[in-house]
Structure formats: structure tokens, C-alpha cells
Write a protein that binds this ligand. Structure first.
Ligand code: GLU
Length: 315
């Protein structure tokens, strides 16, 4: 019996496309190849963008490909008391302060930042040292967001695929939001609390979240929780150099299914993007046997539309 525990933690903001289903597949393969458990978690904190119907659809898509999961999925919108408890612990340690700035960044904090460029400049610490009187004065007109005091120095870790990585969170990001001023916990806090609560040992996700990992490691340390191993896979890009996720009609899985494409064809394509095959249709159990972290590409994969059509038999 292996104690490995992986997970897929999508935000139900739209249809699953070939890029995010590939991350799901690789996480699933990593867990199953190790004889471990694989969990699903619904990251629906960004209420404006997330819809329950998308959550149902993504479960259907995963099921169609044969990607099963263990245990009942955690749903982040139901877990605020856990996030509050973690925040209270950080507050007791003097690591949190209220922030009254009206920055767009605060509004965005509930969803995962897909790369540092999504996040704007370093927070300059405007509210880091307000007096109690200033806090109560400002609280009269505005609910605060809450920020974690970024710890100085390089955060180093070894990525399972990309190797040694480091970031000085304080210098690059600054104190970061753990709760927005509308009361919603931030992605960074929720993901740490949930991965720890689920005893996740292996996080495999797109490398657009590589720059979030140092922040998460600071939260693990501050909360005295065991951090998982991280493995970030370079994303699948369209021929235009844009992330597949950001392209119009990025080959939604549901659409392929409706057009009569078989799961083995989709798996063949995903395998070819992952150093695990040449594009020929393949079964999931065969991929479990083939899976090797060392085979995964360390560079972004370009999804060529012509190849895609050919492999999927779309003419
Ligand atoms: N929910 C995040 C997203 O959709 C992923 C979070 C994670 O894997 O850590 O991008």
C-alpha cells in the first residue's frame, strides 16, 4: 500500500478543455502509478466566475476518460470555517494585518493567479503598520482585506520536474491577500488549508502556478503543516503562443465527445503531449504502465491544430 495522495483541483469556470484535462490526467497517472489515492476538489471561491453546472460537467468529462477519484470531493465554498481557523492561527502569530487598499488585486485573490503577470506589482506594504486607532477609523467606511506578512529571504524548493526553484516572496510579491474584503478566502490560503486537510503528498499542476508555490510554502511553514511535493508541468499552448485555456474553442472535451471522438483517441493525444506516446489511441491502464515523470516535457507543448484534427479523426 502506498501513502501517495494526489489531487486535481479545478475551478468550475467553464468547460474542460484539452489543456486542463491533461493536467488532470497527469495527476491521476502520477497517483495511480504509485498505487496511491487521487482526490478531486472543487475550487469555487470565485463566485462570480464559478457555476455548479460547470462542476457537474467536469465530473462527467473526467468520468468519460476513466479518471476516477477517491473520497468525497471537498468544495471550497463550503469550507470557510476551516479557512477562518487557519487565518486565526496566523493572526495569533502576528502574521496577518487588515488592509484597506482598493486594489484590483484584492478582488482577484479568490482565483488562482496564472503566472506572476496576472498579479500586478509588489504590494508596497501601505497598510502593514497601521495603529489600532487607524484600523478602527478605516473600518468604519470599508471592510478590510487581510494580508499575510511575507517572510524575508529566498523560499527554495525542488520541483519534481523542473528542478530547483526559488523566490523571494517578500521582494517579488510582498504581503499577500489571504482574505478579500468581501470576506472570501484567497486561493493561496484555501489551497494550503485544503491540501493539508486532505493529506495530499503530491501536487501536480500547470507551471503557471509555479510562482504561487513559494507563497504556499510560507503558509505551510507559518501554519506548521507538512508541505506536499510539487511538480509543475509546462502548459499546452496554441500555435499562436497563447495558453490553450485562453484560446477560443480550445477543444472542449464535451464537444469532442459529442462529435464521436473516443476516449482512447483523446488519451492518445494527451499522451503525445506528455512524452508517453506517439498520438496513437491508448487505454488508461496502458498509460499507468508507461507513466514516468522523466518522460514529461520540460518545455511548453504546442498543440498544432492539424495534428490535433488528425489524431482525433476530425478531418
Ligand atoms: N483551482 C486552480 C486553477 O483552476 C488550481 C489550483 C491548484 O492546482 O493548486 O487553476
Amino acid at each position: 500500500m502506498s501513502a501517495a495522495r494526489g489531487r486535481f483541483a479545478p475551478s468550475p469556470t467553464g468547460r474542460m478543455h484539452l489543456g486542463n484535462i491533461r493536467s488532470a490526467l497527469l495527476g491521476w497517472l502520477q497517483a495511480r502509478a504509485a498505487g496511491g489515492a487521487f482526490l478531486l476538489r472543487i475550487e469555487d471561491l470565485d463566485r462570480a466566475r464559478c457555476k455548479p453546472a460547470h462542476g457537474d460537467a467536469l465530473k462527467e468529462d473526467l468520468g468519460w476518460l476513466g479518471l476516477d477519484w477517491d473520497e468525497t470531493p471537498l468544495v471550497q465554498s463550503e469550507r470557510d470555517s476551516e479557512y477562518r481557523e487557519a487565518q486565526a492561527r496566523l493572526e495569533r502569530a502576528g502574521l496577518v494585518y487588515p488592509c484597506f487598499c482598493t486594489r484590483a488585486e484584492i478582488a482577484r485573490a479568490a482565483s488562482a493567479p496564472h503566472g506572476l503577470s496576472d498579479e500586478g506589482p509588489r504590494y508596497p506594504g501601505t497598510c502593514a503598520h497601521l495603529t489600532a486607532a487607524q484600523v478602527s477609523e478605516r473600518s468604519r467606511t470599508r471592510a478590510p482585506a487581510y494580508r499575510f506578512r511575507a517572510q524575508p529571504g529566498e523560499v527554495r524548493f525542488v520541483d519534481g520536474l523542473l528542478g530547483p526553484a526559488s523566490q523571494d516572496v517578500d521582494a517579488v510579491v510582498g504581503d499577500f491577500v489571504i482574505r478579500r474584503n468581501d470576506g472570501v478566502a484567497s486561493y493561496q490560503l484555501a489551497v494550503v488549508v485544503d491540501d493539508a486537510a486532505s493529506h495530499i503528498t503530491h501536487v501536480l499542476r500547470g507551471d503557471d502556478l509555479l510562482t504561487s508555490t513559494p507563497r504556499q510554502l510560507q503558509l505551510y511553514a507559518a501554519l506548521e503543516l507538512n508541505a506536499p511535493d510539487f511538480l509543475h508541468v509546462p502548459l499546452v499552448m496554441g500555435e499562436d503562443g497563447k495558453r490553450l485555456a485562453k484560446r477560443e474553442g480550445a477543444f472542449a472535451l464535451a464537444e469532442l465527445r459529442e462529435r464521436g471522438v473516443a476516449p482512447e483517441q483523446v488519451l492518445g493525444l494527451l499522451a503525445s503531449w506528455s512524452g508517453l506516446g506517439d498520438g496513437a489511441p491508448v487505454r488508461l491502464d496502458e498509460l499507468v504502465r508507461r507513466f514516468r515523470v522523466e518522460s514529461l516535457p520540460r518545455e511548453p507543448v504546442v498543440a498544432r491544430e492539424a495534428t490535433l484534427r488528425e489524431v482525433l479523426g476530425l478531418g
